[in-house]
Design a protein. Structure first.
Ligand code: SF4
Ligand code: SF4
Length: 302
């Protein structure tokens, strides 16, 4: 599940699918701003450090203070003070140039922890998720790591489905999230930005040959833009797999930390099955039914 931008309601739909689908592993690939855990309340059973960055470090006992390293660092990370270099860990990009240029072999590269990834238990099944530290890069590598672990769990425990909450946008982590999937479900909303970002992410999935379908969330907020999305998808041969009406109860479900599709099933303060909440929950169920058909058609029955 991906979206061209954040805030389309993608994670609410993923959490609802988590409640509806059987025999699956859940993955949160939005490692820069993970939030699926807020709706699924995972209990962490494994925690692993993610080491993807390297930083330069100086052995002052070998340094002669020649200053070559400071001259070649294009990131301004090395300052000479009192005849010796000091490396700013925030500015160091780990390019390794200084370690190669140092005539005394006084600079070495060390691994740096960039974040954590976790295997958790949820009431809906196993979940793999991660958290990248602030200002860290390599989110694409971390996405690959959590996806690899999810596949390992699926294979070892006999789960036939992996549901992935992908990152927003069209960058490296999104590409890492969609490689090799059976279906990319793009969740969009009927706003000018939503239409534009959906077009960009569809370009991406088509470029990589990933079968795609679209879900319009809050479809009744702007009928003209919703129609634009439908026309655009129709012209490109992309299926609109579902349309979810705007629903304040969906927001309340998220605030309560519940998958919205469950919130209409008798939760306190719910307006009942005839309310808009009921319609939205029903729309998500219909969406899941259609996605299951698309997956079964392409990948064999699960
Ligand atoms: S290049 Fe090597 S020897 Fe020269 S200042 Fe830097 S660390 Fe010291
Ligand atoms: S590794 Fe690259 S960025 Fe870091 S201090 Fe050395 S030259 Fe600068």
């Amino acid at each position: 599940m991906i979206s061209g931008k954040g805030g389309t309601g993608k994670t609410s739909v993923v959490a609802s699918f988590a409640a509806l689908a059987e025999n699956k592993v859940l993955v949160d690939c939005d490692v820069d701003a993970a939030d699926l855990h807020l709706l699924l309340s995972p209990e962490v059973v494994e925690s692993h450090e993610f080491m993807a960055s390297r930083q330069a470090t100086v052995d002052v006992s070998r340094c002669t203070g020649c200053g070559h390293c400071s001259e070649v660092c294009r990131f301004g990370a090395i300052a000479m003070a009192y005849g010796h270099p000091t490396i700013d860990p925030i500015s160091c990009e780990g390019c390794t140039v200084c370690s190669h240029i140092c005539p005394e072999g006084a600079i070495t590269m060390v691994d740096v922890m960039s974040g954590h990834w976790y295997v958790s238990h949820t009431r809906f099944g196993p979940m793999v998720h991660a958290k990248l530290k602030a200002a860290e890069e390599n989110s694409g590598k971390l996405v690959s790591q959590v996806r690899r672990k999810a596949r390992e769990i699926a294979e070892s425990q006999g789960h036939e489905l992996i549901i992935t909450d992908g990152p927003p946008g069209v960058g490296c982590p999104v590409i890492s999230s969609i490689s090799g999937v059976d279906l990319a479900l793009i969740v969009t909303e009927p706003t000018v930005a939503g239409v534009h970002d959906m077009e960009r992410v569809l370009d991406l999935t088509c470029h990589f040959g990933v079968e795609s379908a679209v879900c319009i969330n809050k479809c009744d907020l702007d009928e003209a833009n919703a129609e634009r999305i439908e026309d655009y998808c129709c012209a490109r041969g992309i299926e609109i797999a579902g349309k979810i009406p705007f629903d304040e109860e969906m927001v309340r479900a998220v605030v309560r930390g519940e998958p919205p599709v469950l919130y209409g099933d008798g939760a306190p303060d719910c307006a009942g099955p005839d309310s808009v909440a009921g319609e939205a929950a029903q729309a998500i169920r219909q969406l899941w039914d259609r996605v299951a058909v698309l997956l079964a058609r392409d990948a064999g029955s699960f």
